[in-house]
Design a protein. Sequence first.
Length: 221
Amino acid sequence: MRHLARRAPYSSPWRGAAAATSRTASDAYLRKPSTRADSPPLSPREKQALDAAIRVDHAGEIAANWIYRGQLAVFQRDPAMAPLIQKMWDGEKKHLQVMEKLVHQHRVAPTILTEVAKVAGFGLGAATALMGREAAMTCTEAVETVIGEHYDDQLRDLDGLQVTHSSIPELKEIIRELRDDELEHLDTAVEYDSQRAPAHALLSAIIEVGCSAAIQVCKRI
């Protein structure tokens, strides 16, 4: 977690390492037939790890979509911000499409906090947008910092599994792609002056604490 002072934006130590293969992972997955992952069965440990990863990532993509929905509701008539927000939102829409298919394929029970994620995401997006362009970008920077770290942690955990099922390597490729996309959003936020927002460090810290807590809760329920 960042301290109440500016620091360089988060950059994954593995970012871009598998860009040539992972950049098309989600497209390849979405083109696959929607079949259930029943044969061969996942081991209990694989199933537990896969369910937890998909549940929390699905919740995160729901929240991200509603954050951008909230920001666009405020910036819809802003000729500079509206296209920028829409572009990032379009990326999150694709991420959610991927996660929805994974939820269905692996019979993962979504978090019971789905509706909370929608309301909280919209509220966070709209509130920071009402504070101004820089604060909206601070929201993106803070959220994507936590998500980038979360995806890296998730990849390390999945790397520690004794893998026998093809679904685990497939999920890892998807997570790498999503991670790189989210860190591009972080770069965009910094480029658009996120760190010039009033009380940037405090606002970032509050958002990061909230996001980190939501991740831990959504892993479990």
